[in-house]
Design a protein around this ligand. Structure first.
Ligand code: ARG
Length: 273
């Protein structure tokens, strides 16, 4: 009998894809020759927001800014743990304006924002996982930023090295199921980092490359419901077998920019969970 999983209500921050486009290529998914259907993107995004709300989660929005086509990827703007906000410092100059817009939102909401000195792409690479923070490096966020995050939050930060350019952010290769467990695609990590994950998570849900390429690991879990790309069927079946409830949400239009469900979602963690 799979366990009966208990969901926890979340507060999410998202950004409407009104100005979403692929205008530059900073990861292998992006090609400026493949236009985005903005109407379709708006519909898909609305379905994600509706799914979160239907499951009892709070969804806040930050106003989209013209000229910042990747601003829809709210996960990259910050990491919030126990009400402390570490902002972002993007690798790509094209994305740097996003940090300013998100910081203004956090300030209006009464949060102070700490600026990282090193390249740091928010929850894209810094993934709070219960007692520690899992941190990706190799393509974007630097090991220096991992040290800054540990110092700022006072939470152990575990560095993991990403090796496959298709999985350039940690949140494309791994997601947190609950305080105790994660799902990930081992091929995205260096051999040493794979071993670290095996030690920390002997019961992890392991995904195939196919599931990962379908953005199946760019999922959001509330501890029970897993908002997941419908293309990741095998992974969804495995999750069901472990007592989680897959909630398929199709963000295929966003895959053109290298993003999915988690990329579009920033979690505001106000208290210790
Ligand atoms: N086009 C964006 C980039 O390459 C996509 C960001 C996706 N966000 C994420 N959290 N993985 O920066």
């Amino acid at each position: 009998m799979p366990e009966n999983r208990v969901p926890r209500r979340r507060r999410f921050l998202v950004c409407e894809p009104r100005h979403f486009a692929v205008q530059y290529a900073i990861n292998p998914w992006m090609s400026t020759g493949r236009p985005v259907d903005v109407i379709r993107a708006l519909d898909q995004w609305q379905a994600l927001v509706d799914a979160y709300r239907a499951h009892g989660h709070t969804v806040d929005t930050v106003a989209p800014v013209p000229g910042l086509p990747d601003m829809v990827f709210a996960a990259n703007c910050a990491v919030v743990v126990e009400g402390r906000v570490l902002g972002s410092h993007f690798h790509a100059p094209e994305r740097r304006g996003e940090s300013v817009a998100y910081e203004a939102w956090f300030k209006t909401e009464g949060f102070e924002v700490q600026h990282p000195g090193a390249v740091c792409e928010g929850e894209g690479d810094l993934v709070p996982a219960g007692r520690w923070i899992l941190a990706g490096t190799g393509f974007r966020t630097t090991p220096e930023a991992h040290r800054e995050a540990q110092e700022f939050f006072g939470v152990p930060v575990i560095s993991l090295t990403l090796v496959d350019p298709y999985f350039y952010h940690l949140d494309t290769a791994l997601f947190v199921l609950d305080e105790e467990n994660v799902a990930y695609y081992p091929g995205a990590f260096s051999p040493g980092s794979r071993e670290v994950l095996e030690r920390l998570y002997p019961h992890a849900v392991i995904a195939t490359r196919e599931d990962a390429m379908a953005f199946g690991l760019n999922s959001v879990s509330d501890g029970r419901n897993v908002f997941i790309s419908p293309g990741a069927g095998e992974l969804a079946d495995r999750l069901s077998g472990c007592g989680y409830v897959p909630v398929p949400v199709d963000l295929s239009e966003f895959h053109k920019a290298g993003g999915g469900i988690k990329c579009c979602t920033q979690e505001i963690r106000e208290t210790r969970s």
